[in-house]
Design a protein around this ligand. Structure first.
Ligand code: SF4
Ligand code: SF4
Length: 307
């Protein structure tokens, strides 16, 4: 077990987003950690899926200046007939080219940071947390796949009086969650389906561990917001939401339930990573659908916020 006060413990982080208002109460700083053990086909943070650093290439930003060619040790960049060509198969994600690209066509996803650096960065916005009831949120990816780092950042922020939250799919061993809970003031967790086979088909993993962990977090008593992204063909029907709501209504402590309207806005990020976006072209659910599903959850006795 780590020392939760160890500021030198490192993690892989893709972004630190300041002044966020969508990742918990008040004004927050959201720290996005790399690595996830689900593969939801509608994921809007594909740059967080793999645990290791990756190079993102956005061709529409490229001005073909050629600055990236000399620093690359593997010859992955070339200027041919005045056009930039990038051979992703040659890239080892060393990161040498990204700082030379002033057009921001080359951007590394994943940087090793210490817990102390993150705590110091989060602490700079302390005045905003105090006036808004906000704090820090660790998101991803799945922050609980880097448990030592997550625990150290949460503990460091809490010591400074900064409220802490995690966004998790809770598909990890209970002992990992149990370690984080004493330094977590709010758990925001996703439940995508109450049906294990439907969950597996949408996310790549069954849901038994997710539901068992949700029950144990509720027993522990930390405030909890459960969220379901409403995705067409996955859970935009009454039976799916009724199943999740029935599960939530049986939890030992009351939770807040949020239905989130799916929007696919990450197609450029998939292309930049050389990935296929399996949700391309999928339309968001209608407002009528969101209202209908909200009513279904409320009828099950659950407190619902619809976003
Ligand atoms: S440095 Fe950036 S803008 Fe210049 S050729 Fe390379 S990718 Fe394009
Ligand atoms: S990250 Fe490294 S290996 Fe990959 S293209 Fe850039 S310089 Fe070359």
């Amino acid at each position: 077990m780590s020392d939760r006060h160890d500021r030198s413990v490192t993690g892989i982080v893709t972004d630190v987003q300041h002044f966020s208002i969508h990742d918990g109460p008040g004004i927050r700083t959201t720290v996005f950690l790399k690595g996830c053990n689900l593969r939801c086909f509608w994921c809007h943070n594909p740059e967080t899926l793999k645990m290791k650093s990756e190079l993102q290439y956005f061709p529409d930003r490229c001005i073909a200046c050629g600055a990236c060619v000399p620093p690359c040790p593997t010859g992955a960049h070339a200027i041919v007939d005045g056009r930039h060509e990038f051979d992703r198969a040659l890239c080892t994600a060393c990161g040498a080219c990204a700082p030379t690209c002033f057009a921001r066509a080359l951007v590394m996803a994943g940087e090793t940071r210490t817990a102390g650096e993150i705590v110091d960065e989060v602490a700079r916005d302390r005045a905003f947390y105090e006036t808004s009831g906000g704090g820090v949120t660790l998101s991803g990816g799945e922050p609980l796949l880097q448990p030592d780092f997550t625990e150290a950042v949460l503990a460091g922020c809490l010591e400074l009086g900064i409220s802490t939250a995690i966004e998790t799919a809770a598909n990890v061993a209970w002992h990992v969650i149990e370690r984080a809970l004493p330094v977590t003031k709010l758990v925001m967790m996703d439940i995508k389906s109450a049906d294990s086979e439907a969950h597996r088909s949408a996310t790549g993993v069954p849901n038994e561990r997710v539901l068992a962990n949700a029950r144990r977090i509720a027993e522990y008593g930390v405030p909890m917001i459960v969220r379901t992204p409403i995705v067409p063909g996955v859970n935009d029907d009454e039976a799916s939401i009724a199943g999740i709501a029935a599960f939530l209504a049986e939890l030992p402590t009351a939770v807040t339930y949020e239905l989130l309207r799916f929007h696919m806005m990450a197609e450029a990020k998939y292309a930049a990573l050389g990935l296929v976006c399996r949700a391309a072209g999928l339309e968001p659910p209608t407002h009528e659908t969101m209202q209908r599903l909200t009513r279904v959850a409320r009828d099950a006795g659950v407190t619902v916020h619809s976003a």
